[in-house]
Ligand binder design. Structure first.
Ligand code: ATP
Ligand code: MG
Ligand code: ZN
Length: 679
């Protein structure tokens, strides 16, 4: 144990500290904002009176009380009239920014009763609710009122009646009108993902907020730094008593909301130089793309798209609307095509990255939920998209999300907010999150003859909110298979894949965070390219297609081009950026079944699938094959060509070409020379 610490005249010493210009000014501002509390920067106290500062940390209950009285005494000098109005002859002193942050991991018995600062994300919050500070009770026998100062979690009635003539031990009636209340709120914070040791579950702690100035200051999803006193309380078991194991919580003294500030990853001078050098590298784009999940073979264009997602476009805050800068990308793919691996990797390297499954890892799922607490109250819990605010949420198996999320995710993906109105809680949470999602095709494997919406069990309204969609097919292809197996086997032998020209992940995080402060602007040339492409796409749409290409795709193109400029730390979006954006958008459109070469984009783009005429022909061919298979098991190619020509008037040349396409796509195969069969 430490020796008993005491200081002589603590109140006078604190009042001396408050006599600096800075704090006198702060005191004189109290009447203006009608505040009953008063914030002291801990550093200032440490500089002026280090003994007092240190004892504050050790014995906060006692010394915050002294500080409060001192502040009141000084307020009486600065603003006597306002001081008169304050009831308790006391000001609540709040301490901001302690010299060190205590990790939730090491918080334990040793800190009980001490003042600490912790950091984390708010994952839950109850609505603000009144807490009794002084309870009024009326004796049922004689009607005398007595007042009892309340502490602790339960309402305490007087031991006996205050009237000496009665001294009855009850019963008493609680009188609400005569009692005093203060606003309070319970929140829970959880370790930030970036503080989490690999493979560990995040720790959390409950925090009690008391006072009008603390309640509703922060919302679920906010990153906060909280100064508070560590408390231990034993949970009570009904009819058994209190448990011997106590649970820690914090009584908050001060809250700083960090997510209102710009992203802060500390970057040293040398690192900044490294970053600027990297930005000048003519091969920077390729370098970054190569650095994304290098152990995963191929998928060059998907990695390119992912790197655009990591950097993001510039959000536009217009007076009336806000256009998001973050991108959403969806990977639809056959089982075992490394989707989960890619997502997990991105969750690790992205600043504020988070990997979760579609169901979410908590009751809050992807968006948010209102839960019933043990005591019967309601609490709002933040889901994955809110927790990844200003970061990247990697959502695996998004097709399996909760029905509630299916409704709420529309708003999250476009407006970047999550609104909740349930169980008396009404709140709008921020979800300024880039989404990288993965899904399995509805039928197990991607069927190229169906359109995207038919292939994924997600409504078109959600699909159309993805800037890019890619299809990962597991097709047997000799050459690629050989290369990939070599690559995988080499990995398992302990060899490293080609690591030339990669950016190491720690530097990458910093590079991304630095680049996000660059706000590139479109040049005239870039605007022209995007416009030409967009207009061409619009005009080629046929009437009657279910979904029209919309301004959404144009906004996507702008985001992609801006992200590419950011990757090189450029302040201008040049023609090359626009072209790269167009190329990747084109690729995505083709992947989901749009035939760009034929200029017959009857897709009216995204969701309809293959050009209708082509789809019809392929369907005729497949149906014919299936029919003939029923009779002969496998289909002789010559007979098939005859049948197509005579019955369906598909010429031999065209039929050959389409069969070639079906073979390449793996929809049919050739079990024997001259014969075909559907897979
Ligand atoms: N292109 C590739 N390069 C390296 N490894 C690969 C590649 N494709 C698949 N793998 C390996 O195959 C395994 C399966 O990958 P993963 O679990 O990510 O598939 P998935 O697409 O998520 O499948 P599912 O749809 O069934 O969830 C992983 O171990 C992964 O490393
Ligand atoms: Mg998977
Ligand atoms: Zn009485």
């Amino acid at each position: 144990m430490t020796e008993e610490l005491t200081l002589a005249d603590p109140q006078e010493r604190f009042q001396d500290f408050l006599k600096s210009d800075k704090y006198r000014r702060r005191l004189s501002e109290m009447p203006i904002i009608e505040s009953t509390s008063f914030v002291v920067d801990f550093d200032d106290l440490l500089a002026v009176d280090s003994e007092l500062a240190e004892i504050m940390l050790e014995k906060p209950d006692e010394y915050l009380e002294h500080a409060g009285k001192a502040a009141y005494a000084q307020l009486q000098i600065e603003e006597p009239e306002y001081a008169e109005q304050l009831e308790d002859e006391k000001v609540t002193v709040r301490l901001r920014d302690l010299p060190e942050t205590t990790s939730l991991r090491i918080l334990g018995a040793e800190q009980i009763g001490k003042l600490v600062m912790v950091e984390g994300i708010i994952i839950r919050a109850t609505p603000g609710r009144p807490l009794v500070t002084v309870a009024a009770f009326k004796c049922k026998r004689c009607g005398t009122s007595s007042f009892l100062v309340q502490t602790g979690p339960f309402l305490r009635a007087p031991f006996k009646c205050g009237d000496p003539a009665c001294e009855s031990k009850g019963p008493f009636d609680f009188v609400q009108e005569d009692s005093k209340f203060i606003d309070s709120q319970d929140i829970r914070i959880q370790e930030r993902p970036e503080d989490l040791p690999p493979g560990q579950l995040p720790r959390w702690i409950n925090i009690k907020l008391v006072g009008r100035d603390l309640v509703d200051l922060a919302r679920p999803g906010d990153h906060v730094s909280i100064v508070g006193i560590v408390r231990a309380a034993a949970p009570t078991m009904p009819r058994i008593g209190k448990l011997r194991t106590f649970r820690l919580h914090l009584d908050a003294n001060h809250i700083d909301v960090k997510s209102k500030e710009p992203e802060t990853i500390s970057i040293s001078m040398e690192e900044e130089e490294q970053i600027l050098d990297l930005g000048k590298d003519p091969w920077i784009h390729r370098k970054i793309i190569r650095s994304i999940a290098p152990s995963i073979y191929g998928y060059e264009y998907i990695k390119e798209a992912i790197s655009y997602l990591l950097f993001g476009g510039v959000a536009k805050h217009l007076p009336d609307i806000t256009v998001r800068g973050e991108m959403n990308i969806l990977l639809v793919g056959d089982p075992g095509t490394a989707k989960s691996q890619l997502l997990q990797y991105v969750g690790r390297i992205a600043p504020r990255g988070l990997y979760t499954s579609g169901r979410g890892t908590t009751a809050a799922g992807l968006t948010a939920a209102v839960l019933r607490e043990r005591g019967g109250g309601m609490t709002l819990e933040a889901g994955a998209l809110v927790l990844a605010d200003k970061g990247v949420a990697c959502i695996d198996e998004i097709d399996k999300m909760r029905p509630e999320d299916r409704v709420a995710i529309h708003e999250a993906m476009e407006q970047h907010t999550v609104s909740v109105a349930k169980g008396g809680i009404v709140a709008t949470l921020n979800a300024r999150t880039a989404i990288l999602a993965a899904a399995n095709p509805a039928l197990g494997r991607y069927d190229p003859y169906r359109n995207v919406a038919e292939n994924i069990t997600l409504p078109v309204t959600i699909l159309s909110r993805f800037d890019l969609i890619f299809v990962l097919k597991d097709l047997p292809e000799k050459e690629a298979d050989a290369k990939m197996s070599e690559h995988i086997l080499e990995l398992h032998r302990g060899g490293m894949p080609l690591v030339e020209s990669q950016v190491e992940s720690d530097l990458m995080k910093k590079y991304i965070s630095y680049a996000k402060n660059v706000k590139p602007v479109l040049t005239k040339e870039a605007v022209q390219r995007l416009k030409d492409f967009y207009l061409a796409m619009r005009s080629s749409g046929t009437e009657g297609a279910p979904i029209a290409i919309t301004a959404r795709q144009l906004e996507s193109l702008v985001r992609l081009a801006e992200a590419r400029a950011r990757m090189a730390l450029r302040k201008e979006v040049i023609a090359q950026d626009a072209e790269a954006a167009i190329a990747i958008m084109r690729r995505s459109l083709e992947e989901v079944g749009i035939d760009m070469a034929s200029h017959e984009m009857d897709i009216d783009v995204i969701m309809t699938g293959k050009p209708k005429s082509l789809r019809d022909k392929l369907k005729v061919i497949l149906d014919t094959i299936l029919d003939m298979e029923k009779e002969t098991g496998m289909v002789e190619k010559k007979a098939l060509l005859d049948m197509l020509e005579t019955k369906h008037s598909v010429g031999a040349g065209e039929a050959e070409r389409l069969l070639g396409q079906l073979l390449r796509e793996g929809t049919i195969y050739s079990p024997r020379e001259g014969f075909l069969k559907k897979t």
